[in-house]
Ligand binder design. Structure first.
Ligand code: F1P
Length: 357
């Protein structure tokens, strides 16, 4: 019987069902998205958010550019507000995609308002609350209403909005997303079942005191979100890096009390796995997530999560995260934290508008 973190636990475990509903609901939202895209005809797509939703924006920008061929970038909402000249170029038609679970985060609302007044461009929001100010202030919206949460830390909300991002980018590329993404809920269910014990064992291990999450390409934003979950829920030392960046300094922190989680992409897997192999030689424990196996030598300190999704790389992006939700959840329990109500955190950051002075 789960005592602490019962909301977080049920939000993590309900992801398959919530993704299913989110994908069904997306169908009705496709015409609005297509209309917006045709009207906006953007030369650039700019994704924004704060915290988790900033990390989702990073993954989204990479997916969007890969699938549509339109240049796409991600910036934290505060940067769009405080340093707009570093982002906006005169005469460039930009579509803003503002992502927020709550739809009420001050910086994201400010970023939308400044984008509108400065560029007059069109904006799409992705949120869990269709009646939120962010959602009603945009020209079109994608809503994952079934993913609303009671917990402070985002789990199924992030992953369901990520499913929407994947569905959006696939739709804009003219792909049959309903059939392509239909396997996702079943795959998530299998991963949560097959790797539950592994996540419990590694999350609860007293031998591990620091966590690193490495990812490249589409997967860096997901690695960063896994890092944030570990930090928010369990107050553990947790960092994320682009996989090969880890050698450029951070590796000095890897030791025998480290869990190195590698989110391995297919195109760069050989290079990414090499970093994990080197850190294993330094004594780190390895958790390698890959589509078909990492190729690392099996051993006492090497653990594998195999997606076996048979999906194209873009469509499997979100599948790397749910097992890492469990890892963070079990570390929180081991650390005596309540993952439903992480210390020093609120579900939403509300400030006086940054635009008011
Ligand atoms: C964004 C966010 C969360 C974070 C924290 C404060 O919220 O930064 O990612 O966990 O609790 O708020 P939102 O704009 O996505 O609602």
């Amino acid at each position: 019987m789960v005592k602490h973190g019962k909301h977080t636990y049920s939000e993590i475990m309900s992801q398959p069902a919530v993704w299913e509903t989110t994908l069904t609901d997306f169908e009705a939202q496709i015409p609005d998205v297509n209309t917006l895209w045709q009207r906006a005809r953007p030369q650039r797509v700019l994704f924004t958010g704060c915290g988790s939703t900033h990390y989702l924006s990073m993954a989204a920008a990479n997916l969007c550019q890969a699938l549509t061929g339109i240049p796409a970038q991600a910036r934290p909402a505060s940067e769009l507000v405080l340093f707009p000249d570093l982002v906006y170029a005169a005469g460039e038609d930009t579509l803003l995609v503002a992502i927020s679970r709550s739809g009420t985060t001050t910086e994201t609302l400010d970023a939308l308002a400044l984008f509108k007044s400065r560029t007059g461009g069109r904006a799409l929001t992705i949120t869990c609350y269709g009646d939120s100010p962010l959602s009603t202030g945009a020209d079109a919206r994608l809503v994952a209403a079934a993913a609303q949460e009671q917990s402070v830390a985002q789990t199924r909300s992030f992953s369901s909005m990520a499913v929407l991002v994947q569905a959006l980018c696939g739709t804009l590329a003219g792909l049959p997303v309903a059939s392509l993404l239909a396997p996702l809920p079943g795959l998530c269910d299998r991963l949560l079942t097959d790797y539950h014990d592994l996540a419990r064992e590694l999350g609860g291990s007293p031998d591990i005191e620091r966590f690193f999450f490495l990812g490249s390409g589409f997967l860096y934003g997901i690695a960063a979100e896994a890092m944030l979950k570990m930090k928010e829920m369990s107050l553990s030392y947790s960092e994320a890096y682009h996989s090969l960046e880890f050698r450029h300094g951070p590796m000095s922190m890897a030791n025998e009390r480290t869990l190195m989680t590698g989110l391995l992409s297919e195109p760069a897997q050989a290079h990414e796995a090499k970093v994990l192999r080197e850190m294993h030689a330094r004594g780190a424990t390895i958790l390698a997530e890959s589509e078909r196996g990492s190729g690392l030598a099996p051993g006492e300190r090497t653990h594998e999560v195999t997606l076996a999704s048979d999906l194209p790389a873009w469509a499997r992006t979100i599948l790397y995260l749910p097992v890492l939700h469990l890892l963070a959840y079990y570390r929180a329990i081991a650390n005596g934290q309540n993952p439903d109500r992480p210390a020093h955190l609120e579900a939403v950051v509300w400030l006086d508008s940054l635009l008011s002075d």
